[in-house]
Design a protein around this ligand. Structure first.
Ligand code: G3H
Ligand code: 13P
Ligand code: NA
Ligand code: ZN
Length: 312
C-alpha cells in the first residue's frame, strides 16, 4: 500500500540523500517513474497537481496509484511509495484528496499573507494527521508560474519565519524558495545558475533536521531540448538547475526534490523522435513506449547521480 512521507524523510535526512518527487499525468509517465524507482531501489513520491488530478479523473487516480504499488510488490521490491497532492490550493482540495486515499498533501499558501498561510496550513495538518497523512506547506514565492499564480521575482524564504511557521502549523515538511522556479526557463542566458544555498543553511540552523522541500528543480537536460528542436519542436533559451547545485541540496536537510519538467521533456523528445523518423507509425505503443523509456532512463540516472536515493 501507500506510505506517508514521515519515515522516508527521517531516513533521507539521516543518510544524506533526497527522495525524488516526480509528477505524472498519465499511465506511461507513471510506469516510467515506478519502473525507474523499483530498478534503483529508491523511495518515491508520486506527485499530482490539481490539474493532473482533473486530467486523470479523481475516481481513476487512486486506482492508478494502487496499480503502481501492486507493481512494486509483484516486483519483490519494498520501496515506500507515497501519493502526494502537489500545490494544493486550499483546505477543501486537501481534504478531498485525503478522502480519496492520498498519503500526503501539500497546502500551498505561499502567495497568501503570512497569518492566512499559517491558519490554513494548520487546518490542513490537523485534519491530515487524523488520517495518518503527512503535510507539506510553503514559505516564500518561486518566480515564474505556480499553478495559476504568476510571480515576476523570487521572494526568497525568510529564515526568521520558518521556526514560527512550522511550530504554529504542525506541518511535516517545508517547501522553500531559494532560487528555483517551475518550468523550462529558470534562468536567463548569461545568468549564473546558482541556488541561494546560504539561505538554505540559515533555514537549517533555525529548524535543525526538519525536512525541507525544493520545488522547481528540473535540470532541463540539453539533450532532450536539442532532440525536441531537432525533430520539429521550438523551445528557446531553456535553462534548468545544474545537477551540481541539486547534489549539494540533496546532502543537506532537503529531503524531497520535485521534478516534472525534465520528465515532460524526455517524454516529448521520445515522441517527436519516433514521429520524425517513422512518419508512417500510428500505433500509440510505438511512440509512447519509447517516450516512457527515455523518461525512465533519465530518472534512473538522476536517482543514482543526483538524489542519491538508490538502494536506500
Ligand atoms: O508545480 C507544478 C507542476 O509542474 C505541475 O504543473 O499544473 O501543469 O500540472 P501542472
Ligand atoms: P519543475 O518544473 O522544475 O520540474 O518543478 C516541478 C515542481 O516543482 C512540481 O511541484
Ligand atoms: Na537530504
Ligand atoms: Zn512545485
Amino acid at each position: 500500500g501507500l506510505s506517508n512521507t514521515k519515515e522516508m524523510f527521517a531516513k533521507a535526512n539521516k543518510e544524506g540523500y533526497a527522495v525524488p518527487a516526480f509528477n505524472f499525468n498519465n499511465m506511461e509517465q507513471l510506469q516510467g517513474i515506478i519502473e525507474a524507482c523499483v530498478e534503483e531501489g529508491s523511495p518515491v513520491i508520486l506527485q499530482v497537481s490539481t490539474g493532473a488530478r482533473k486530467y486523470i479523473g479523481k475516481e481513476m487516480l487512486p486506482w492508478l496509484a494502487k496499480a503502481a504499488t501492486a507493481y512494486v510488490e509483484a516486483s519483490g521490491s519494498d520501496i515506500p511509495v507515497a501519493l502526494h497532492l502537489d500545490h494544493g490550493p486550499n483546505f477543501a482540495e486537501a481534504k478531498d484528496c485525503i478522502e480519496y486515499g492520498f498519503s500526503s498533501v501539500m497546502y500551498d499558501g505561499s502567495h497568501h499573507p503570512y497569518d492566512a498561510n499559517v491558519a490554513e496550513a494548520k487546518q490542513v495538518a490537523d485534519f491530515a494527521h487524523q488520517h495518518d497523512v503527512t503535510v507539506e506547506a510553503e514559505l516564500g514565492v518561486l518566480a515564474g508560474i505556480e499553478d495559476d499564480v504568476v510571480a515576476a521575482e523570487h521572494v526568497y524564504t525568510q529564515p526568521d519565519e520558518v521556526e514560527d511557521f512550522v511550530s504554529k502549523t504542525g506541518v511535516d515538511s517545508l517547501a522553500i524558495a531559494i532560487g528555483t522556479s517551475h518550468g523550462a526557463h529558470k534562468f536567463k542566458p548569461g545568468d549564473d545558475p546558482k541556488l541561494r544555498l546560504d539561505i538554505l543553511a540559515e533555514i537549517e540552523k533555525r529548524i535543525p533536521g526538519f525536512p525541507i522541500v525544493l520545488h522547481g528543480s528540473s535540470a532541463v537536460p540539453k539533450q532532450f531540448v536539442e532532440m525536441i528542436n531537432q525533430y520539429g519542436g521550438k523551445i528557446a533559451d531553456a535553462i534548468g538547475i545544474p545537477d551540481s547545485e541539486l547534489r549539494k541540496a540533496a546532502k543537506s536537510a532537503v529531503a524531497k526534490i520535485n521534478v516534472d519538467t525534465d520528465g515532460r521533456l524526455a517524454f516529448t523528445a521520445g515522441i517527436r523522435e519516433v514521429f520524425a523518423k517513422k512518419p508512417g507509425e500510428f500505433d500509440p505503443r510505438k511512440y509512447v513506449g519509447p517516450a516512457k523509456d527515455y523518461m525512465k532512463e533519465y530518472y534512473k540516472d538522476k536517482i543514482r547521480n543526483v538524489f542519491g536515493s538508490n538502494g536506500a
